[in-house]
Design a protein around this ligand. Sequence first.
Ligand code: AGP
Length: 629
Amino acid sequence: MCGIVGYVGHAGAGQTGPDSKAHTALDVILEGLRRLEYRGYDSAGIAVLADGRIDSRKKAGKLTNLEQELAADPLPSSQTGIGHTRWATHGGPTDRNAHPHVVDGGNLALIHNGIIENFAEHKAALVADGVEFLSETDTEVAAALLAKVYNDEAEGDLTRAMQLTSQRLEGAFTLLAIHKDHPDVVVASRRNSPLVVGLGDGENFLGSDVSGFIDFTRRAVELAQDQVVTITPDSFAITDFFGNPAEGKEFTVDWDAAAAEKDGYPSFMQKEIHDQPEAVLQTLLGRSDIDGRLTLDEMRIDPEELKKVDKIIVLACGTSAYAGHVAKYAIETWCRIPTEVELAHEFRYREPIITPTTLVVSLSQSGETMDTLMAVRYAKEQGARTMAICNTNGSTIPRESDAVLYTHAGPEIAVASTKAFLAQIVAAYLLGLYLAQLRGNKFQGEIKDILADLGKIPAKIQTVLDNAEQIQALAREMKDTQSVLFLGRHVGFPVALEGALKLKEIAYIHAEGFAAGELKHGPIALIEEGQVVFIVVPSPRGRDSLHSKVVSNIQEVRARGARTFVIAEEGDEAVKAYAEQVFYIPETQPLLAPLLTTVPLQLFAAELAAAKGYDVDQPRNLAKSVTVE
Ligand code: AGP
């Protein structure tokens, strides 16, 4: 997600702080943005307020581009400012779309992290009011709305204007604003997006996380949902969106700067596993209305063409391919369109059958995987319509596809994919429901019910995470194991494959995933005394025969000496008799279960690799994006 820094301080402030030197707004903001670079971004910008004027500089690309701009065209010295590193969602990574957005004739500057769902309606009203927009972003709309509220309703009270504006915005947002009328004030607001206050001596700070100001102070105040905060050099005041005073929770940051980048987790992978409720929430945000009608506004393929689609081919590699396998079950169930999942590097060498009514869907976290890109290009040459499900705005694969559905998992730093995997599955589900809606395979009420169940998934993932210690303790106990097998059936089969891949790629252990039904056709020969086997068990509320068959599989391997560890739905008592340990996940629709059953296997792999002393984030021989064939 985006990096955010705000600063306000008396001239000379900072001499009693950790670095014992006076700070300008530029010093603090640039240092904070550097600390926040780990969050991933594709543009950066700063705005400062000095002598009654707002000045800003912003550039696409890395922070060095902004620093070069600042060297060539310096900002005036200032004690009040805001800074931002942007991870593009609405609108590509360009200078114009970068933040801050300066509006109202230079009177107000705003930066934003998140997604404003109802920006289109506000934009239409503002355009009707004569406002001209320079960018494609939802942020510029929020800035223009704030300026209008400031001028027309708040009578020059910036805090009041932020409160009124925040009441009218839906979705996820952290907003920071400065106004030329208020030389030593930064006002901020948050809903479904993080914001913390840093407390100094004669200076105060704002950050999307403590990394934004950890070099200057370790005293922080966490803001709760739907709060507005106003900082000056000597004060901070918190209210709700209606002006009622509120308290923030003060704490002292005891992490070092490196740990702060991981929110205190030992690795980015473990942080990203715990980011999954947010990744799923953000990917769902803004894609359906209250009636359950899907609005995939990035879908640039004519709905009439989509109605004619008679085959879907999913192209991907590695973990992303397993996301495709999970999605296949849902798409075929909901849309009744034959769906093939192909390893991209195999696809174009097998003379695939492609027609103009074939929809080729690529899944890629990076959007730069060469195997997948070359397969997409081949499919286009053969006349298919192409759609990218991707986590990196503006990357090559979506740019070369006819349509895109971005996942909003935020930048994924660890090589081993976790939150992007769940977000890809969610995005593929949204595509399946969209097609079912277009083609009438599902009643609107049915789609609304499935979306409602999807909306409950973030909290259910959190429940699994809250019980992480059980499987993490097992991982530490098993750090010397040499071989682990994973069994699954139906949507649990690709989860078994993904569980095995995680263990292979970060713990360097021989691991293999199988369809549980395949056991008697060969793999059961692998079972010997002490063989560790994880079994992902379908819900007993699904097709009953599946559940009983998998319970039989557990018996078969246990009878031959296997150590059986079972992932099962809360309340499933039948598995207990044959499991050394059961890791329960909350109940959900069988097709949505992979969003929950995957999480214990991610936790297991990450903890076991850490117990072996390996680099969990940068495993040997691997790269985050495989940009060569
Ligand atoms: C997953 O943990 C691996 N990093 C790898 O299999 C990855 O999923 C694959 O290389 C595809 O990458 P992409 O999603 O960026 O295209």
